[in-house]
Design a protein around this ligand. Structure first.
Ligand SMILES: Nc1ncnc2c1ncn2[C@@H]1O[C@H](COP(=O)(O)OP(=O)(O)OP(=O)(O)O)[C@@H](O)[C@H]1O
Ligand SMILES: O=P(O)(O)O[C@H]1[C@H](O)[C@@H](O)[C@H](OP(=O)(O)O)[C@@H](OP(=O)(O)O)[C@H]1O
Ligand SMILES: [Mg+2]
Ligand SMILES: [Mg+2]
Length: 497
């Protein structure tokens, strides 16, 4: 038997009704189907003829939504349709999981005799004669059960990556084929970790954990401690995961929490980026960090002097010190004069950053292990454009959210001719040297950073660093294999450390 390739779900696992006969999906079923949809496993539903017509139609419609098969077990040609399903799927029966919640079902025993792996969900193992079945209590256990069996069947030639990230991010990655539950070409199987069931039971077969821990931040209080990361509170599930990893160092984190903390703090990022000056090479543009100043409030008596000492002049972009993970981590402002500071409500403590005129183009760089990709994106326009639009509003500061309402250049502020010139002005080798330097400094597997090119000097200024970004601008054909290679290498490297 090889890795599990197909999963056939009996309607008893998926359907309940609302008491008045109207069918609906059982709790946990919708999440399961969403995850199976992009799992690279073949998935089908099945039901007996005695299923009510309304439920049978609901099941067929649900299968259609997810592009899954749906077969009737008692149809005159049932055996045919079952075997036909296997032929259509192009897989052997012993690579298939049949999942049911039926206690006594002649069909279940027959299909098990035909060599299918059978999983009973929510069925007391004592009530079923055949002990060959696998028994799980909750639907949430199914995926880790499938993946663990695949690993066992593949004689450990696969590595199971358990992952934690917010649903929207998981969906984005899964749709790109990045999180398959069937082994990748380099032997990775991805399984979502759920906090709905004890982590210990899930992690015993997991070889490495990929997490976007910042998706599990539930609060940030900068006043709790002078140590920035002490102000960060993670979800109970993330805390349980952290405790497990402390007790089980053999299960590796891609990447350890301590390695991502610096990227939660824009002050840390600025201090780290000061090291870029060591990379500057003769006959190359200058690579640098923006001038910056960290402030705890806008009423500091000698703020003007501090601005001048930090080599900061207006306009100044104001960003929260907390870089991600909380709702207002991306609430920013572009301030044109000193008096405007009292007008803005950027969360404190904040980082004041030199606003770099960069011709409305930003270069997003992504480091995936030893691969470095970059993409060009439209960005905020030069200050003169923003100031004029702001002057019409009485030169008020421009308040925005960088993820939701970034004041990107309008077409007339952005000329395509410039686009060619600007793209050619990017010193890729210089920035790749920065990428390699950052990888060493940060000891991270996957991270991104934003580069703007200052118009009058050509300085390459890194204005942002992010952990586990979506690298959505990079073609999947390049990004996804690199994503898998990076994770595999990180697991191997951390395993040997
Ligand atoms: N110092 C700067 N000078 C000029 N433009 C800047 C500067 N900093 C940021 N920007 C512009 O604002 C955008 C958002 O800034 P930044 O990337 O720091 O925000 P963020 O919330 O960290 O975004 P994300 O993490 O989603 O990339 C940048 O993509 C760029 O267009
Ligand atoms: O949502 P928080 O934890 O505040 O952090 C953001 C990051 O700072 C951004 O870098 C992410 O955007 P990209 O994944 O496109 O880089 C962004 O990804 P998203 O736009 O897919 O949500 C977020 O992860
Ligand atoms: Mg950014
Ligand atoms: Mg960022």
């Amino acid at each position: 038997m090889g890795a599990v390739r197909g999963v056939l779900l009996d309607e008893s696992v998926l359907l309940s009704d609302d008491g008045s006969g109207n069918p609906r999906l059982k709790p946990g079923a919708e999440v399961l189907l969403r995850r199976l949809r992009y799992s690279n496993l073949r998935v089908g539903f099945c039901h007996h003829e005695d299923l009510s017509a309304v439920k049978a139609i609901f099941l067929q419609n649900t299968a259609r939504i997810y592009s899954f098969s749906c077969v009737s077990l008692d149809a005159p040609d049932a055996k045919y349709s079952f075997n036909q399903l296997l032929l259509d799927w192009g897989i052997a029966r012993d690579n298939c999981f049949y999942v049911t919640s039926k206690r006594h079902d002649a069909f279940t025993h027959e299909i098990q005799n035909q060599g299918w792996l059978t999983v009973c969900v929510g069925v007391d193992s004592g009530s079923v004669m055949n002990k060959e079945f696998l028994f799980i209590n909750k639907l949430e256990e199914l995926l880790i059960t499938v993946c663990s069996l695949s690993k066992k069947a593949m004689q450990k030639s696969v590595v199971i990556i358990g992952y934690v990230m917010k649903p929207s991010r998981e969906e984005d990655f899964a749709k790109r084929g990045a999180l398959p539950m069937y082994p990748t070409q380099n032997g990775l199987i991805f399984v979502p970790l759920t906090f709905e069931i004890p982590l210990v039971s899930q992690l015993q077969d997991v070889d490495a954990v990929l997490h976007k821990a910042t998706d599990e931040i539930v609060d940030f209080n900068p006043h709790i401690s002078t140590h920035f990361s002490h102000g960060i509170s993670f979800s109970k599930g993330m805390q349980e995961l952290e405790r497990f990893i402390q007790d089980h160092p053999e299960c590796c984190m891609i990447d350890p929490l301590n390695n991502i903390y610096p990227l939660l703090d824009r002050y840390n990022i600025q201090q780290l980026l000061l090291g870029l000056q060591e990379l500057n090479m003769k006959d190359h543009c200058r690579l640098r960090a923006p001038h910056f100043l960290k402030i705890d409030n806008f009423h500091e008596p000698n703020l003007r002097d501090q601005l001048s000492e930090a080599n900061l002049s207006f306009p100044i972009i104001v960003k929260p010190q907390i870089a991600c993970g909380v709702g207002d981590a991306h609430s920013m402002a572009l301030v044109f004069k000193f008096e405007d500071f009292k007008e803005i409500c950027v969360p404190l403590p904040a980082i004041l950053q030199e606003y770099v005129d960069h011709g409305s183009l930003i270069f997003k760089f992504y480091v995936l292990g030893n691969n470095v990709f970059h993409a060009v994106k439209k960005s905020m326009p030069n200050a003169s454009f923003l100031k004029s639009s702001s002057e019409q509003a009485g030169s008020k500061p421009i308040i925005f959210d960088s993820l939701k309402s970034l004041p990107v250049a309008t077409d007339d502020q952005f000329s395509v001719g410039r686009l060619q010139a600007d793209i050619q002005s990017l010193d890729v080798d210089l920035v790749k040297s920065a990428a390699n330097w950052l990888k060493t400094e940060l000891d991270l597997t996957i991270f991104g950073f934003d580069v703007v090119i200052q118009e009058d000097t050509g300085d390459h200024v890194i204005v942002d660093l992010n952990y586990l970004p979506s690298f959505k601008e990079v073609p999947d054909t390049d990004a996804i294999p690199a994503f898998w290679t990076a994770i595999k290498s990180a697991h191997e490297a951390r395993k040997t450390n």
